[in-house]
Design a protein around this ligand. Sequence first.
Ligand code: ATP
Length: 235
Amino acid sequence: MLLDIAKLSVSYGKAVALEDVTMRVGEGEFVAVLGPNGAGKSTLLKAVSRAQPSVGHLMFRGESLHKYAAHEVVGKGICHCPEGRRLFPELTVLKNLMLGAYLRRDKDGIEKDLDFVYSLFPILKERTHQIVSTLSGGQQQMVAIGRALMGKPSLLLLDEPSVGIAHRLKMEIFDAIKRIQRGGTAILMAEQDAQSALRIADRVYVLEHGHIGREGTSAELASDDYIRQAYLGVA
Ligand code: ATP
């Protein structure tokens, strides 16, 4: 098992944001976490990337992540594409992408991964020397995903990659994420767009009020009455 989480809890002061969460992500698997605003999706991803302290079982490739700080987790093969993107708006596309590779010394591998990012998002190659703040929201999201990929993750954490993005670019981004998985990278994606998540993920967990409510393969959840009513708007 690549990522193995059991009884994981996170509190912000007295407020419990995640309670006894148990979930797994296999090697090369695409897992989505669905849930409404405030359910704890971002908190879960932050716990995995160690941006947020947590208690419980948090294992990556059989090793506890609790002993690592956030900056060390990247070197373990976990890259986090956070909510709000956190790009450097006054730097170029290329500089932002290369910041994702800051720990790496394999020049040829870096070049190869940059080519892969450009093949996923050809517009970024055209705009490589453009300042990021001049790009559209969707294009900035592409840079944020590309930057995380430049860290050569074996597990890519994506926090609501489609939020606030026009429909056409959103589809392009989801298709690119599927291609990233086909390249062998496991994905753990928080998402509110249930329809898209169920279309592209292998398995899905539904997080509600800090608890896992339902879980299953995408096909199972797409035919679950509760999910259809609460998340897919099917009466
Ligand atoms: P969203 O889609 O709105 O980001 P989410 O499912 O990602 O929602 P979280 O952001 O993980 O949810 O928030 C879970 C709960 O923890 C919410 O009740 C939120 O108000 C609370 N919370 C999140 N961050 C903090 C913080 N830094 N301090 C205090 N409470 C927080």
